[in-house]
Design a protein around this ligand. Structure first.
Ligand SMILES: Cc1cc2nc3c(=O)[nH]c(=O)nc-3n(C[C@H](O)[C@H](O)[C@H](O)COP(=O)(O)OP(=O)(O)OC[C@H]3O[C@@H](n4cnc5c(N)ncnc54)[C@H](O)[C@@H]3O)c2cc1C
Length: 328
């Protein structure tokens, strides 16, 4: 271990003294960083290391997915080696990508395929931001998986919605759009003990399927050898999509089960009928030891998080991406 380490932040190098934290070092050099509790609790000073491993202690309380991406808390990080660090993710830079395909896959739901920018490294299930020509910015989850040479989005057209209308109606194949990212910590985590992988529950409604589709296919591709069950819900059958692809996957992979569910007008031989949370509860009264992914409608995610926790799942094993509407 070096007594002094070099921190590179926004292109400048700073010498960090032994026992000094990243926050103390940068503050001593006159660099202002957001911070509050200085005790590793509030996470206001969350940073990411792009070179050099943050010490384990500096990742206390962070989700495993953030730890895997070398996020750390500056106020409790005493570097053990030289580090290149950033406050805002480097992924903030806007990139221009081409719309390769745009296809309606269900009532009001469109699948968009975008060209994959060079050096764009992502985990399926993370999301990107999309900027419209009117400078409105919205997030969309990545349904594509790594060997695919495009980024796939599933976008629900919200009538009158600024960005979804532009993406689903106005844009045409060949157009260029601006994206940044990837962002987020809702993605497949390989088992820490490969000999005993956890069963996985994936649940969401509407385009909540987008991240789940990426996470699911990554888990299967990586040979996740424990049950993987996807519940995808919609108000009515015409809102379900990728049904044939998912049924095909369930035939190919013995460990994978797929339950399309609808609130009304369902055909009992094709769907389960009822509220998705009730259908999950009936199938899995106990979820102790499960890894859970919940995406889409924020209200439903809140209900499902609590239900999964009360059914025995550990909070650290519940990953979610609520599709909160934008405020601008
Ligand atoms: C992390 C994250 C990931 C997301 N991933 C996806 C994704 O993969 N696919 C996807 O389709 N969306 C996703 N969203 C939602 C997306 O970012 C936009 O909020 C959505 O497309 C609406 O944007 P808009 O500009 O069209 O509508 P806005 O102009 O923002 O809103 C227009 C009106 O519609 C209302 N509204 C907004 N959303 C909804 C809704 N879902 N249902 C009913 N009314 C609504 C607003 O309150 C407002 O009154 C995600 C959001 C987050 C935060």
């Amino acid at each position: 271990m070096n007594l002094m380490n070099t921190l590179t932040y926004e292109g400048q190098e700073y010498t960090c003294r032994a026992e000094e934290t990243v926050l103390e070092c940068l503050t001593r050099h006159g660099v202002a960083l957001p911070s509050s509790c200085h005790a590793g609790i509030c996470q206001t000073c969350l940073m990411r290391s792009y070179k050099g491993k943050p010490p384990e202690m500096a990742q206390k309380g962070l989700k495993a997915t953030l730890q895997a991406q070398d996020y750390f808390l500056a106020c409790i990080c005493r570097p053990q080696e030289d580090m290149e660090i950033g406050l805002l993710p480097q992924e903030q830079a806007w990139k221009s990508v081409e719309v390769l395909e745009q296809e309606a896959v269900a009532a009001d739901i469109y699948r968009l395929r975008l060209s994959l920018p060079d050096d764009f490294s992502y985990e399926p299930g993370q999301y990107i931001n999309v900027k419209s020509p009117a400078e409105a910015i919205r997030s969309y989850s990545l349904a594509s998986i790594k060997p695919e040479d495009y980024l796939e989005l599933h976008v629900k057209h919200i009538p009158g919605g600024k960005v979804s209308t532009w993406l689903c109606v106005t844009l045409k194949g060949g157009d260029e759009i601006s994206i940044n990212g990837p962002i987020g910590s809702c993605f497949y985590l390989p088992p820490s003990r490969p000999s005993s992988p956890k069963p996985i529950l994936l649940a969401g409604t509407g385009t909540g399927l987008a991240p789940l589709y990426g996470i699911l296919r990554t888990a299967l591709q990586e040979g996740h050898d424990a049950p993987v069950h996807l519940f995808h819900g919609s108000l009515a059958p015409e809102g379900l999509y990728l049904v044939d692809e998912l049924m095909q996957l369930a035939q190919e992979y013995n460990q994978f089960s797929y339950t399309p569910c609808v609130l009304k007008d369902g055909q009992l031989d094709l769907h389960q009928v009822g509220a998705i949370q009730d259908l999950i509860k009936a199938s899995y009264p106990s979820l102790s030891g499960w890894q859970i992914y919940l995406c889409g409608d924020p209200e439903l995610i809140k209900i499902l998080r609590m239900q999964c926790f009360l059914s025995g799942a550990g909070m650290e094993d519940i990953f979610s991406d609520p599709f909160e509407p934008a405020r601008a």
